[in-house]
Design a protein around this ligand. Structure first.
Ligand SMILES: CC(C)(COP(=O)(O)OP(=O)(O)OC[C@H]1O[C@@H](n2cnc3c(N)ncnc32)[C@H](O)[C@@H]1OP(=O)(O)O)[C@@H](O)C(=O)NCCC(=O)NCCS
Length: 357
């Protein structure tokens, strides 16, 4: 067995300010940067490309989000980070579940590192009174062989990859399968006419102040109106302040957020929105973020219209972006139908797993 040491990392408030040129490589910022490299390396191996790689500065805002507090552990071998473990929970007293993630560089697997990190993270969940542990994991693409079906009846994951073997050995069961899809740009068709009675609003970066409260309602819907399979998830609490804080955090992450919202003209209310997170470098992938249309306004083509509008804004903003990635529950037929109409194609599957503590 290889000797390893597990430490909790302090999350740096700011990366640039904390690493003066030539500084020693052991500061919260330097550790965070090294952790990001390990994360990217593990993900690239599973996806087969660097498309999902993120810069440390892009990752950091999520770690500073007090609405879903996170703790970060790393395992080191000879001083070098080779694995990470994450504990994350929604804030709120009634929350029963915690999310965790354990990732180990492939050269260091089957040495007990994953189990040791899992133990640390599960201890936190237990000490905070959580009764359910959940984990969202990418599964290796392709390959034949035995599969495990989602309990929703839609989708499956390989029964034999490292993730599945590890999770089964730790008492987890599959709760849902998500499809990872990729759209290759440019689009080959134009905009449909907007549905009568609705306008599409577009903004880049922070939400206009007068729309924050309405956007908060839509964000809350993302935690209640999307299919959750057998996952345990509390409705999120959103208000205008949370939207403002989210915008403030993400404005410094080096990516641009493009938002299209659908406005119901008669009530001047936002009834849906969709977002694209765009990197500076157009050789990198664009990520599709939230998309929702509230129940009473579904069936008017707003989902497709909003997404098309945002992809058009992306093209008009310049750059030769090639790839957009999105994740959707495999049973979410309405969203998948919109994405398929745009030209998204499945490139992989993620599993959401759970176990009782
Ligand atoms: C899953 C992962 C974290 C396991 O890390 P690890 O350090 O190899 O885990 P451990 O050495 O503690 O393995 C614990 C047990 O899991 C099972 N296991 C793990 N990988 C396995 C494999 N390839 N085949 C069969 N069983 C496996 C075994 O029961 C193993 O115990 P054993 O080695 O005594 O037989 C690692 O493969 C990884 O990072 N995968 C990508 C990310 C991921 O899927 N994370 C899981 C979600 S939290």
């Amino acid at each position: 067995m290889i000797p390893f040491v597990i430490n909790e990392l302090a999350i740096p408030a700011n990366l640039a300010a904390e690493i003066p040129p030539g500084s020693s490589p052991s500061s919260p910022a330097a550790d965070f940067i090294e952790m990001t490299r390990v994360r990217n390396e593990i993900e690239a191996e599973m996806v087969g490309s660097d498309d999902l790689a993120v810069e440390p500065g892009e990752l950091l805002p999520g770690w500073l989000d007090h609405y879903s507090p996170k703790r970060l552990f790393v395992a080191r071998v000879d001083g070098r980070i080779v694995a990470r473990g994450i504990h994350e929970a929604q804030s709120g007293d009634s929350v029963r579940s915690a999310w965790l993630s354990v990732e180990v560089l492939s050269a260091y697997r089957r040495q007990g590192i994953g189990t040791a990190l899992h133990r640390r993270v599960a201890e936190i969940a237990r000490s905070e009174g959580r009764t359910v542990l959940q984990s969202f994991v990418l599964h290796v693409l392709g390959g034949g062989g035995e599969r495990i079906d989602s309990p929703t009846g839609f989708g499956s994951v390989s029964a034999h990859d490292d993730s599945t073997r590890f999770l089964l050995s730790h008492g987890y069961r599959l709760a849902q399968v998500e499809r990872m899809s990729r759209l290759i740009l440019p689009l080959t068709f134009g905009l449909p006419s907007p549905a009568p009675g609705y306008d599409l609003l577009f903004w880049r970066g922070p939400t206009p102040a007068e729309r924050r409260a309405q956007l908060a309602v839509l964000h809350a819907g993302m935690s209640t109106d999307v299919p959750l399979g057998e996952l345990d998830y509390e409705p999120e609490e959103w208000d205008a302040t949370r939207v403002k804080l989210l915008d403030e955090r993400t404005v410094g992450d080096g990516r641009r957020m493009l938002t299209v919202a659908a406005r119901h003209r008669a009530s001047d209310t936002l009834v849906g929105f969709t977002q694209l997170s765009v990197p500076v470098d157009d050789a990198r992938a664009v990520f599709q973020e939230n998309t929702i249309v509230v129940g009473a306004h579904r069936g008017h083509g707003l989902g497709l219209a909003m997404k098309l509008e945002n992809l058009t804004e992306l093209r008009q903003a310049g750059g030769a972006f090639r790839h957009v990635y999105t994740w959707n529950a495999e049973e979410n037929r309405h969203m998948l139908a919109v994405n398929e109409a745009l030209g998204f194609e499945p490139v992989g599957y993620s599993g959401s797993w759970r176990r009782e503590l």
